[in-house]
Ligand binder design. Structure first.
Ligand code: PEP
Ligand code: MN
Length: 346
């Protein structure tokens, strides 16, 4: 339930509503807005009788949120949420930031070369997994803590923000020491204990859609993070399992406008995992920006043929630079702009 206060409602009136909500056994969440304050009611698992609150002074309207997810819904918050992961790196506004880097952190030379290429082409954040969720236990599992140290080094060298995946509670705390944004991967989208942990850590979260998850599942997972007091969630479409084997996944572009209708949270697109093929990444990244994506996350490796994971879908630095050039033009056509500029270009 959402209590919309009248324009100019006083602090005393807002406090009165909060007290009434507490007296009913729920938690009030006051949200001051540009026009007026709303007070959310959380902690209920069914419809609440709002008649007592509706009669309090200063209350304009009671809205019952129709979906199971509440705090992530557009009904709860009509204005877009802007998530800032590092100074100047924001998702959900006019800017469209590009996060790029290898699937996995493999060595100092590899991650530094990657970071420099990302920065040179105008990317604003470096991706790279230190803890890797691999289908086979015999595949490269990531460098772990050493990988995090190398990401910290790349950040010191280039100033790029860091996005890296946490796979469990312990890893989430370790990653949070280095990362500007914690990635929750597709395989962990419904790991509710991990979602609660990153909700409590309060670092921005990049939450990837599970490979067989509905949009409602995705939004409910985001709700877990918000319900722990962390509003900084960026959603990510990364493709779904499908019967068609011509691409690794079925990249669900429709999810971008659908999510924007249902939620105020920003959504970014991952055309690398979405397609699984290097030559398909650029066209689908262009399409995602045209469809309204609030950012792009893309895999790029200085030597994709030697990559320890996801080489087939990793762009070369030159291809990445060309992608950035194309994305700037597409963004302009939809009244957005790609965040950052290539180094050396004003
Ligand atoms: C990744 O980003 O490298 C990754 C493992 O992604 P996903 O969780 O989308 O498969
Ligand atoms: Mn990958």
């Amino acid at each position: 339930m959402l209590v919309v206060m009248a324009h100019g409602a006083t602090k005393k009136e807002i406090d009165g509503v909060c007290e009434a909500i507490k007296a009913m056994g729920y938690t009030p969440l006051p949200m001051p807005g540009a026009q007026r304050t709303t007070v959310g009611l959380v902690g209920n698992d069914r419809r609440v009788d709002g008649s007592l609150v509706a009669e309090l002074p200063g209350v304009a309207q009671i809205i019952h949120v129709s979906n199971q997810y509440k705090q992530v819904s557009r009904e709860w918050r009509p204005d877009p949420t802007i998530v800032t992961i590092a100074p100047g790196v924001t998702f959900g506004g006019e800017d469209v930031p590009v996060i790029a880097g290898p699937c996995s952190v493999e060595s100092e030379a590899q991650i530094l070369e990657s970071a420099r290429a990302v920065r040179a082409a105008g990317g604003v954040a470096l991706r790279g997994g230190a803890f890797k969720p691999r289908s086979s236990p015999y595949s490269f599992q990531g460098l772990g803590r050493k990988g995090l140290e190398l990401l910290a080094l790349a950040k010191r060298e280039t100033g790029l923000a860091i996005v890296t995946e946490a796979m469990d509670d312990e890893g989430a705390h370790l990653c949070a020491e280095v990362a500007d944004c914690l990635q929750i991967g597709a395989r962990n989208m419904q790991n509710y204990s991990l979602l609660k942990t990153v909700g409590r850590i309060k670092k921005p979260v990049l939450l990837k859609r599970g490979m067989a998850a509905t949009i409602e599942d995705l939004l409910l997972s985001a709700e877990y993070v918000l319900s722990e007091g962390n509003p900084n969630v960026i959603l990510c479409e990364r493709g779904l399992r499908s019967f068609d084997t011509t691409s690794r996944n079925l990249f669900d572009l429709t999810a971008i406008p659908v999510v924007k209708g249902l939620s105020h949270l920003p959504i970014v697109a991952d055309p690398s995992h979405g397609t699984g093929r290097r030559d398909k990444v650029t066209p689908m990244a262009r399409a995602a920006v045209a469809a309204g994506a609030d950012g792009i996350i893309v895999e790029m490796h200085p030597h994709p043929e030697r990559a320890l994971s996801d080489g087939a879908q990793s762009l070369t630095p030159d291809q990445f630079s060309e992608l950035m050039r194309q994305l700037r033009r597409v963004a302009e056509a939809v009244d957005r702009s790609i965040a950052g500029s290539p180094v050396g270009v004003a």
